[in-house]
Write a protein that binds this ligand. Structure first.
Ligand code: NAP
Length: 307
């Protein structure tokens, strides 16, 4: 039967998946989120598909938390190739996978799904995407750095695990709910038991979300990473104010925006180098493309699409 030629909608829903109509080229990839309208993944991944002359499309799906299970079942039946998962699905989805990478089990969050012979396989590319982003933005490797991570949610756990795996000099975790930060630090303890010693401050620690603690730590770290959503909403102020930042630190805000995020603004005002999460978005997306297609991603086409 001839496929119906029609334009891809801005956002699809569960109802669309239940009454699926094939397009030409067919939609075989997408991102599930709530909200999802802001996602730049479709433009980035569609640019990659086009550059590689792969005859399929990538779409946005607004899937509510209580719809995730059904939506994943439909993806399996409709023979999609894969998905990205974003807020709030990364954590809940892990239980719905048939198989998952080791780091997904450790982090407890998946941002990439590959459908393989009807089975859902979860991966997490946020950590490796972060490493590539930091290297690109600041020309440094994590193993040389003392790092302060703000947050203990899905993104923070992926980043903290990667910092630990890369044997960073020091890792400090600050989270709104201190116990969650402490739990994350405890889960990484085995990575920091080696002979590397760094002065009088501990190599691994969780700190309370307090001005005094931030002031001390900023003097003892090289890189500050925001892995909280603070800065996403209009009216948000920087999670660390300018007066607590210093010119020697590099600041990476995982939030991406075409304007300065509050943290990037505060860092620049303090004379520090700063970057937002566009480069992490690019690299986690390129790694996802490589999982789906087992071939190198066309990085420059993807970069141009989100610039
Ligand atoms: P999440 O799982 O909901 O975690 C959010 C974390 O932020 C929690 O630990 C939470 O602390 C903390 N937090 C939230 N509001 C806070 C506040 N007012 N004060 C102190 N801590 C606060 O979210 P996620 O999936 O990790 O995503 C976090 C951010 O990462 C998102 O904004 C997203 O934009 C960004 N991200 C970017 C990329 C990229 O490619 N650039 C990829 C992934 C994520 P509690 O434990 O106290 O609740």
């Amino acid at each position: 039967m001839k496929r119906k030629r029609s334009a891809v909608k801005e956002v699809y829903t569960l109802v669309d998946l239940q009454n699926w109509r094939e397009l030409d080229p067919p939609i075989r990839l997408g991102v599930f989120g709530d909200p999802v309208e802001h996602s730049l993944s479709p433009q980035m991944q569609n640019a990659a598909l086009k550059r590689c002359q792969i005859d399929m499309q990538y779409a946005r799906f607004h899937i509510l938390p209580n719809e995730l299970r059904d939506a994943l079942e439909l993806i399996r039946k409709l023979e999609f190739l894969g998905l990205n998962l974003t807020i709030p699905h990364k954590i809940v989805a892990v239980e719905l996978m048939d198989a998952a990478d080791e780091n997904v089990k450790r982090i407890g969050a998946a941002n990439v799904v590959k459908v393989d012979a009807g089975k859902l396989h979860g991966s997490n590319t946020d950590g490796r995407g972060f490493v590539r982003a930091v290297r690109e933005e600041f020309s440094v490797d994590l193993r040389d750095l003392r790092i302060l991570v703000l947050g203990a949610g899905g993104a923070a756990r992926a980043i903290a695990l990667q910092c630990a795996k890369e044997n960073c000099e020091r890792l400090v975790i600050a989270n709104g709910t201190f116990e969650k930060g402490q739990k994350l630090a405890d889960s990484l303890r085995s990575f920091f038991e080696g002979p590397k010693v760094f002065g009088p401050v501990p190599r691994l620690q969780a700190i309370p979300w307090e001005e005094k603690a931030f002031r001390f730590q900023v003097g003892n770290v090289d890189l500050v990473v925001n892995a909280t959503p603070i800065g996403l909403n209009r009216g948000d102020v920087s999670p660390i104010p300018t007066r607590l930042l210093a010119p020697h630190v590099m600041v990476y805000d995982t939030i991406y925006s075409d304007k300065r995020t509050p943290l990037v603004g505060a860092a620049i005002e303090a004379g520090a180098r700063a970057a937002n999460g566009l480069s992490m978005l690019l690299h986690q997306g390129a790694l996802a493309f490589e999982i789906w297609f087992q071939r190198e991603a066309p990085l420059e086409a993807m970069r141009a699409a989100i610039r």
